[in-house]
Design a protein around this ligand. Sequence first.
Ligand SMILES: [Zn+2]
Length: 126
Amino acid sequence: MAELMPTEIHFGHVTYTVHTDATEINTDEPIGQGQVGASFHQLRAIWVLTEGMTLEQQQNTLLHEVLHCCVNVSGLQVPGKGPDETEEVYISAISTPLHGVLIDNPELHAWLVQGYPQRHMMGMTE
Ligand SMILES: [Zn+2]
């Protein structure tokens, strides 16, 4: 049973849509050469490149973008969004190890989410 990439991600009362086709996102913001994901906070949208990417790369990218969205939704003003600037450096440093922690510790994930009602599971397959 394979899970599909979620089409929506909830950050409290804020919902971002998730897209694998960047043309679905109505933005003039350019996607950089070599870029594999992006968050469009004004539009509450996330883009993840899937073509030519392994499942692990896609998972990593989506988690990375989720962390950007967490920063944005928190209202924290972090200087610099460029590749070598603060937010990107920290999120890049955290996202891959965090993905590894979630993979290596399924009991941690299960414990963290226990006791909460399940949201409607969009995109799940039987
Ligand atoms: Zn980033």
